[in-house]
Design a protein around this ligand. Structure first.
Ligand code: PGA
Length: 259
């Protein structure tokens, strides 16, 4: 059975306007490896500038957006659709990030609707799941991961798409590790990743689960990346803060190559 491709995805969140995006690319020196998918998720307003700079410098980075509305078009002030992201050159869409869930009140049901819209646009959802500290301390880790993953994988139409080979990426991001400098231990990360892969397999098929990358996210930096990325079951990383600096981002990409 094939193993998942390795991936490093940088989530810029609400950082780096178009000028900063161009400066990032000018300073970027990525280690070249065809075995690793490198992805950047800029703010939508910086997408075109980032794409043009990457193309000009021929840097092999794929692009995604951090958020889409589930409708294709219409009177939804401030939103962009998955179809528009595809037209702009995106391949990935982040869905269910904990900041969207906790700061903007996105529900499991909305996350599912967005994943459906992302598939409709023939893009790849990066589905984020993860427990809060309270949920972990109360012993609810598996229950939370199961609920969040199940919300996305329970519709038959989604199961069929994933089984047929349409790509999906899962990111395990413990909420208490995001932007805090705290990381899950490699053992805790492995435990969560194994659990997610097993449930993914039960919702879909062993083949689909085996080709789906499961990323770890939460305070990944150049110093801890190699250890986290060599944990069994961890196929890559979703990086926030440390993806803003081209040198630290490149060092993390180099770490996945070594792990
Ligand atoms: P962080 O963010 O690396 O800054 O903790 C990760 C994320 O939110 O995806």
């Amino acid at each position: 059975m094939s193993s998942p491709r390795r991936m490093i995805a940088g989530n810029w969140k609400m950082n780096h306007g178009p000028d900063a995006a161009r400066a990032f690319v000018r300073a970027l020196e990525l280690p070249v490896s065809e075995d690793i998918d490198v992805v950047l998720l800029p703010p939508s307003i910086s997408f075109a500038a980032l794409r043009a700079s990457l193309e000009e410098k021929a840097v092999p980075v794929q692009l995604g957006v951090q958020h889409v509305h589930h409708e294709k078009a219409g009177a939804f002030t401030g939103e962009v659709s998955a179809a528009m992201a595809a037209e702009a050159g995106a391949r990935y869409v982040l869905v269910g990030h904990s900041e969207r869930r906790h700061l903007f009140g996105e529900t499991d049901a909305q996350v599912r609707t967005k994943v459906e819209a992302v598939f409709e646009a023939e893009l790849v959802p990066i589905v984020c799941v993860g427990e809060t500290l309270g949920e972990r301390r109360a012993g609810h880790l598996e229950e939370v991961l199961d609920r969040q993953l199940g919300a996305v994988l329970s519709p038959l139409a989604i199961q069929e798409r994933v089984e047929k080979g349409e790509g999906m990426v899962v990111a395990y991001e413990p909420v208490w590790a995001i932007g805090t400098g705290e990381t899950a231990s490699p053992e805790d990360a492995s435990h969560a990743h194994r659990f997610l892969r097993r449930r993914f397999e039960e919702w879909t098929s062993p083949e689909a689960a085996a080709r789906t990358p499961i990323l770890y996210g939460g305070s990944v930096n150049p110093e801890n990346a190699a250890e986290l990325l060599s944990s069994p079951g961890v196929d890559g990383a979703l990086v926030g803060g440390a993806s803003l600096d081209p040198t630290s981002f490149s060092r993390i990409v180099a770490a996945v190559g070594r792990s």
